[in-house]
Unconditional design. Structure first.
Length: 491
């Protein structure tokens, strides 16, 4: 009897540890260096400045731009209202989301192949370089990964339980989760063909197929209005370049690693499960990645962050490989078998230390809107004018309005909130010219020299022409991808 009690207690302890350890581990990785030395880059600045608007102003803006991120902006608006605007409020949702995704990977791995597969997969997710980048990012992609992890966990539980009468609540939760993910980023609907591949792999029954099709179609139907409306704003992704062979190197490496992990983690004859881990992980990694590549052949769309949720599949495959290593070690070195997963994770942390430190440094992003705001605060004088080239660089004033107090934005016709846009509406070139000629001192906020592009908009060409012909440079500062140049009127 005591031995039975001990076995039950040990089993319960493992059931808790298999998800608790990845949860705490991922939270620790996410909270480490969360502020990135008080830096915020341009993509996060969009979240920051939109979240600071009223719900009505956000809704009006979505009619013109960024409808695809509408749900995320409204969520962040609520968080900013409750907790205030800060880098912690901006990024903590992503940390919590990746931690939740790690828990889902751990629970899926334990269900399919045991404790060590779940523990290894759950701890792996937060270490993957792509995940580490978005672990501390004020954008919606980590939240989508958490939702995909939950929907996959629900699907696995339904496959294990079989078609029963009480299955509908889980199917309903599955459909709602897929829909919410689609409202955060509708490219996450690529998870549906990935799950279809899993159903085909395990030869799911007809009733399972029908229920999956019904609830999956409901999610697609719910997201369809957003998809159709956001297509009208397709100019937002016009900057994405067409696919090239070099673009495909990263996806090729991921697929190769995933395939190798699937081969290494294949179950043996004795412990073969009804649903192999590879049947869940490999489609979840490969199908969205290949699907996005296929869509990009029609319209350039390929950005790996759009299918970040595929890393949930890769983590599960690596966990299966680690579980296989534990099983192989157990017969000969039973004591050492328990050190395989902690040892591999520890070595990985050391090997990836440059990546971990790099992702937590301001230089890991293309620019820093807070740093340039600090330069403006130190260089300005009351009554000076300020210009932004391109107009999108106005984000630094929207995130740090105090640093721009006393400056006249002479090119601005309507503020971003008033115009229901991200960067505001500027005056006609002739009016900008006239306004500049009436100034004695002008601060120009633009990109650093190494990333700056020649002005393309007529307004920006006029700004550059007037400054070149009638003003002289008296100060120039470049910091973290941005540049502030002070001009004084000649004569």
């Amino acid at each position: 009897m005591p031995s039975d009690i001990s076995a039950i207690s040990g089993s319960r302890c493992r059931r808790v540890l298999v998800w608790l350890v990845p949860l705490l581990w991922t939270l620790g990785l996410g909270l480490w260096g969360l502020s990135r030395q008080d830096s915020v880059w341009r993509d996060e600045a969009a979240t920051w400045q939109v979240a600071g608007r009223s719900a009505g102003e956000i809704w009006a803006m979505l009619a013109n731009v960024d409808a695809v991120h509408g749900l995320y902006y409204l969520l962040m608006h609520c968080l900013f209202e409750v907790f205030g605007a800060s880098t912690t409020t901006l990024r903590l949702p992503s940390v919590l989301a990746v931690a939740a995704a790690a828990v889902c990977v751990a629970l899926i791995g334990r269900r399919l192949a045991g404790f060590w597969v779940g523990l290894g997969g759950g701890m792996t997710l937060g270490l993957l370089p792509a995940v580490q980048f978005h672990l501390q990012e004020g954008r919606p992609y980590a939240l989508v990964a958490a939702g995909v992890g939950l929907s996959t966990l629900l699907l696995v539980s339904l496959l294990e339980r079989g078609p029963g009468r009480r299955a509908w609540p889980r199917w309903a939760a599955y459909g709602v989760t897929v829909l919410v993910c689609a409202l955060l980023n509708w490219l996450s609907l690529l998870v549906l063909p990935a799950h279809a591949a899993t159903l085909g792999w395990v030869r799911a029954g007809r009733r399972t197929w029908l229920r999956w099709a019904a609830y999956g179609s409901g999610a697609v139907a719910g997201a369809l209005p957003l998809i159709l409306f956001s297509r009208r704003q397709s100019e937002q992704v016009s900057w994405i370049q067409p696919l090239t062979w070099t673009t495909l190197i990263g996806p090729g490496i991921l697929l190769a690693v995933g395939g190798l992990a699937a081969w290494a983690g294949r179950p043996g004859r004795v412990d073969r499960t009804a649903v192999p881990a590879a049947a869940v992980g490999l489609p979840l990694l490969a199908v969205p990645l290949l699907g996005l590549i296929g869509l990009s052949l029609v319209q350039p769309l390929f950005q790996d962050r759009y299918v970040l949720f595929g890393m949930v599949g890769l983590a599960l495959l690596i966990g299966a490989a680690l579980g296989a290593a534990v099983r192989a070690c157990a017969p000969r070195l039973p004591r050492a078998a328990g050190l395989v997963v902690p040892g591999v994770v520890g070595v990985s942390v050391l090997a990836l230390l440059p990546v971990e430190l790099g992702n937590r440094a301001p230089a890991s992003r293309i620019d820093d809107v807070l740093a340039v705001a600090g330069e403006v605060a130190g260089l300005k004088r009351d009554g000076d004018a300020v210009l932004f080239v391109p107009a999108a660089r106005r984000d630094t004033a929207l995130v740090s309005p105090g640093a721009f107090g006393g400056l006249a934005d002479v090119a601005l016709a309507a503020s971003p909130a008033a115009s229901a846009t991200l960067k505001g509406e500027e005056e006609d070139p002739a009016l900008i010219r006239a306004a500049l000629l009436g100034q004695r001192r002008v601060l120009l906020v633009t990109d650093a020299e190494q990333v700056a592009k020649a002005p393309s908009a007529d307004r920006d060409k006029v700004k550059a022409e007037v400054l070149r012909e009638h003003f002289a440079v008296v100060a120039d500062r470049q910091v973290r991808g941005r540049r502030v140049t002070v001009y004084e009127r000649r004569g």
